[in-house]
Design a protein around this ligand. Structure first.
Ligand SMILES: NC(=O)c1ccc[n+]([C@@H]2O[C@H](COP(=O)([O-])OP(=O)(O)OC[C@H]3O[C@@H](n4cnc5c(N)ncnc54)[C@H](OP(=O)(O)O)[C@@H]3O)[C@@H](O)[C@H]2O)c1
Ligand SMILES: [Zn+2]
Length: 351
């Protein structure tokens, strides 16, 4: 089958590590399903893998891609009851867990000691004609979404959902600051929070992206920079926001700490511009702030997210869609960082 894979990792030109070509078609084992892929979207995680920044050792060559949508092709032995029939359109839940560690048994499977994302650890990724994953990890695809939009639910939308509704536990009438507008996490965080009745303040480096944020439902938009926190405090009657959705990292961290109300929560799931800003511990304890890490989400959260998106008629914004053969150009677009929404790879489906 055709696939886009990392032939090497690291070096000065990580995109040169990409190869597009033949890889063996995978066979589903017991309790597994093989999906004929229609679309996937790029995540910064794929870029990190090319750069050699990996949480789990991986073997090369490694097919990239952590999310996707496709059609159930075949089950291995021991197909679980209730799984979608072959031929069904599905969206992929991207996380694998061990099922027996303390984290798995606690109910929050994202605290599994060895959780991995598709394309990490032992699992190949989704930038391929076929992918194999646990049979319980395919969910019927919302009919209103295109294949690329459905693929986008897997990593970035799920991450935004858990940050907003589980970690920050935001309720209607509260206020959230979303840092950065172009990324897949931020765009869907803005849209989902606004739809749920949360007042959204968006901050971005450019007026063009703030305009996008307004269209997605942000009611207050602020240019990133020195004055951003002051403007946010003023816009919230002097209080600050209940929560911050932080994925940008060093570039916005100071504003996140200053824009938060006393006792408020910053939820962090990424650090695109660097992971080591000053901690400002004095501000942290004096204002009794909470800083909470978050990654992806559990399978029940994924099911809840798919139902939420379906019920509210939301669609993940898509920046551009590329055929697999132009995968390198798609990665160049991600690396340039001027995209708004998800960058899609079309494997056999519709944009
Ligand atoms: N932990 C998890 O489970 C998880 C899941 C998904 C993503 N992530 C991480 O979350 C982060 C966000 O990912 P993403 O794909 O949604 O978005 P992204 O493409 O990494 O960009 C996020 C935002 O960062 C801002 N930005 C980018 N470069 C910048 C720079 N040099 N200076 C200042 N701001 C800059 C941009 O906002 P503006 O241009 O609007 O200012 C952009 O919208 C990534 O680091 C990713 O690895 C983590
Ligand atoms: Zn586990």
């Amino acid at each position: 089958m055709q696939a886009l894979f990392a032939a090497k990792m690291g070096g000065d030109a990580p995109l040169d590590n990409i190869e597009i070509g033949e890889r063996p078609t995978p066979q589903p084992g017991p309790g597994e399903v093989r999906v004929r892929m229609r679309a996937a979207t790029l995540n910064r995680h794929d870029l990190f893998t090319l750069q050699g920044i990996v949480g789990y050792p991986i073997t090369l060559p490694r097919i990239l891609g952590c999310d996707g949508a496709g059609v159930v092709d075949a089950y291995g032995p021991e197909r679980p009851a209730g799984t979608p029939d072959p031929g069904s359109e599905v969206v992929l839940y991207p996380i694998s867990t061990c099922g027996h560690c303390r984290g798995c048994l606690s109910g929050d499977t994202m605290t599994c000691r060895t959780w991995t994302l598709l394309s990490d650890g032992p699992r190949e990724g989704t930038f391929a004609e076929y992918v194999v994953l646990p049979a319980l990890h395919v969910i019927p695809k919302p009919a209103a979404l295109s294949d690329v939009e459905a693929a986008a639910l897997g990593v970035s939308t799920l991450t935004a959902y858990r940050m907003l509704f589980v970690k920050a536990a935001l309720r209607p009438g509260q206020t959230v600051l979303v840092q950065g507008v172009g990324g897949g996490v931020a765009t869907m965080a803005i849209a989902m929070a606004a739809t749920a009745g949360v007042t959204v303040i968006a901050s971005s480096r450019t007026e063009e992206k703030l305009e996008v944020a307004r269209r997605l439902g942000a009611s207050i938009c602020v240019l990133a920079g020195r004055d951003a926190a002051k403007q946010i405090i003023a816009a919230t009657g002097g209080d600050g926001v209940d929560a911050v959705i932080e994925t940008v990292g060093e570039a916005t961290w100071g504003t996140s700490l200053r824009a938060l109300r006393l006792g408020g929560t910053i939820v962090v799931s990424g650090a695109t511009t660097g992971a080591n800003p000053p901690a400002e511990l004095g501000r942290l304890f004096w204002r009794q702030l909470r800083i909470v890490g978050s990654s992806m989400g559990t399978l029940p959260e994924f099911r809840a997210l798919v139902s939420f998106v379906q019920a509210k008629g939301l669609k993940p914004p898509v920046d551009s869609v590329w055929p697999l053969s132009r995968g390198r150009d798609a990665f160049a677009k991600l690396a340039a960082g001027d995209h708004v929404g998800k960058i899609g790879l079309l494997l056999s489906g519709t944009a």
